[in-house]
Design a protein around this ligand. Structure first.
Ligand SMILES: [Zn+2]
Length: 314
């Protein structure tokens, strides 16, 4: 945990701002780890899934925008083009029937980068948000690849551009590593580096939208220490990558132990504030959760009224 999170949240990664050199270094690190675990690459360039982005002016502000295709970048002035990637791997399913069904486990590896001209620490390390989730995804990948093989096919992804509008996930939806029609569940992992008293403290987590589908019940029945998100007013279910899949009808939730700490989106979200004893236990829980999603024969379902209706996210 310390080695992986320490690397991703190191100052040398420069806060992993989308389409920055620091972000590219982080993607390279994650891909090298997945390769070492024996995960199969599932991007369009090895483990990398290239995401075409460019800086565009919107309402007088220069901001990163997702383009319609890789080719569309050629029509953008060179100075405005940018590079970013999702890191995508797959662990093929082993069951003759269930292997045609896909579970996606993901976390976003981008964070806020650096802010120049600011007093004090200028690097937004994003140790909790969301290097912690990426480490969990890597550990899930390592565990599943080490065997026994999962019954369903599991796609693991570290996505880019979450903090600037879910850019990487929106591209993945248009270019999934395995068909979306085959996708039966999505577990996203977001901010698990510190314990939350509302989840019951160290080693425990909460699931966004717990009451909306049968995923939470599956975890409860298996004895996993994962409870319902108690802060419904925060709309966490709607606020991260999982929502893009949920709006497509796929049972999709986020596991977290975010405790509303004051370092959220601050340079002080760094390795020194990570509770590794808690995080190690919750990553073990996440590994067991992913294994359940991959191997439980019964298909997950939305409960009546649980599935969110699509919105215009532009
Ligand atoms: Zn996040």
């Amino acid at each position: 945990m310390r080695r992986l999170l320490g690397a991703l949240a190191d100052d040398s990664m420069e806060g992993r701002g989308t389409a920055t050199p620091g972000s590219a270094r982080a993607a390279t690190f994650i891909a090298a780890e997945l390769a070492r675990y024996g995960v199969q690459p599932a991007g369009d360039s090895g483990f990398f899934q290239r995401v075409p982005v460019a800086f565009m002016s919107q309402n007088g502000r220069r901001r990163l925008t997702l383009l319609s295709s890789l080719a569309a970048r050629d029509s953008v002035p060179a100075a405005d083009r940018a590079n970013s990637v999702n890191v995508v791997g797959v662990i093929p399913g082993s069951d003759p029937v269930l292997r045609d069904q896909v579970v996606l486990v993901d976390a976003h590896y981008d964070h806020l980068g650096m802010q120049h001209g600011q007093a004090g620490d200028s690097i937004y390390n994003g140790a909790d948000d969301d290097a912690s989730g990426v480490v969990a995804v890597m550990e899930i990948a390592r565990s599943l690849a080490a065997g026994p093989p999962p019954k369903r096919t599991v796609v693991v992804a570290a996505t880019t551009g979450e903090e600037v509008g879910l850019l990487g996930t929106r591209w993945y939806l248009q270019h999934p590593a395995r068909p979306l029609d085959a996708m039966v569940a999505n577990l996203e992992i977001e901010m698990i580096g510190r314990p939350d008293s509302l989840a019951g403290g160290p080693g425990r987590g909460w699931l966004t939208g717990f009451e909306r589908s049968t995923m939470g019940d599956l975890f409860t029945k298996a004895g996993l220490p994962i409870v319902a998100d108690k802060r419904l007013d925060q709309q966490f279910f709607m606020r991260s990558d999982n929502i893009a899949f949920a709006e497509r009808g796929i049972v999709a939730h986020t596991l977290s132990s975010y405790n509303m700490h004051n370092d959220y989106h601050e340079p002080s979200d760094d390795v020194g504030h990570i509770d590794f004893a808690h995080m190690t236990r919750l990553v073990d829980v996440a590994v067991r959760a992913a294994r359940l999603l991959a191997d439980t024969p019964t298909k997950l379902q939305w409960k009546p009224g649980g599935q969110p209706s699509p919105r215009n996210r532009e």
